[in-house]
Write a protein that binds this ligand. Structure first.
Ligand code: CDP
Length: 218
């Protein structure tokens, strides 16, 4: 696909609505959706399954450099498959949720992830959901959003999903890590959706994207 593909970077903490709003936006625009958190989760699942100690940074980096992973377009989303399999349910387990923020700060892991996330351009225009998309993966895109919601609202959303994921601890680790910490890009539009439905938030981002695209003559 074209090197001139458009990327909408959608960053934010856990339960900030990135996945729901991002998928809505991608569907409306006919763009591909990429959940980069799912990629870090898939690596975490792979390490747990194959007995790689996630505290052992060198072994995790060796694993990510050699694992049988490939990008595939499925149902409008670019997903990682390992040995031909996308572990959609497995990567949502509490074990993976409570381990992923130990795997994601590793510099060698992030190098592999960022390179692979950039390769997603071959599938076309993208809405990419993550923590560092606007700051590190596609810092040159003029379309950047940072979604937030209050701590109370995000905790309530997680409880409603029945998750025992310790998201406060994960957010703390994500925001304080040395490499690519969770933070808004300087030119990101910050959207607090504590009191809005996903559709209202996504429609706001859609309108904002369209007017900016027009203004830039793209
Ligand atoms: O489930 P939730 O939306 O909270 O998180 P996720 O998007 O599935 O991401 C899981 C974890 O992957 C995050 O807590 C980060 O540690 C890591 N991650 C990252 O470091 N960089 C990204 N671009 C995306 C996720």
């Amino acid at each position: 696909m074209s090197k001139n593909a458009i990327v909408i970077a959608l960053d934010g903490p856990s339960a900030s609505g990135k996945g729901t709003c991002g998928r809505y936006l991608a569907r409306k625009l006919g763009f591909r959706f990429v959940d980069t958190g799912a990629m870090y989760r898939t690596l975490t699942w792979h390490c747990l399954r194959t007995g790689v100690d996630v505290q052992d940074t060198a072994r995790v980096v060796a694993a990510v450099r050699s694992w049988p992973a490939e990008l595939r377009l499925e149902e409008g989303e670019v997903r990682l498959r390992v040995d031909g399999y996308h572990p959609a349910a497995e990567i949502r387990s509490d074990e993976v949720s409570n381990t992923v923020a130990k795997v994601s700060p590793i510099a060698g892991v992030r190098v592999w992830m960022v390179r692979t996330q950039r390769e997603c351009l071959e599938f076309g225009d993208l809405v990419m959901d993550g923590r560092d998309i606007g700051t590190h993966v596609f810092p040159e895109t003029p379309f950047k959003f940072f979604l937030t919601a209050s701590d109370e609202v995000r905790a309530r959303r997680r409880r409603a999903e029945g998750s025992r994921d310790n998201t406060a601890e994960r957010d703390r680790r994500d925001a304080s890590r040395a490499v690519a910490p969770l933070e808004p890009a300087r030119d990101a539009v910050i959207v607090d959706n504590s009191h809005e439905s996903p559709a209202v938030t996504a429609e706001f981002m859609l309108a904002h994207f369209q007017s900016r695209k027009l203004a830039l003559g793209l």
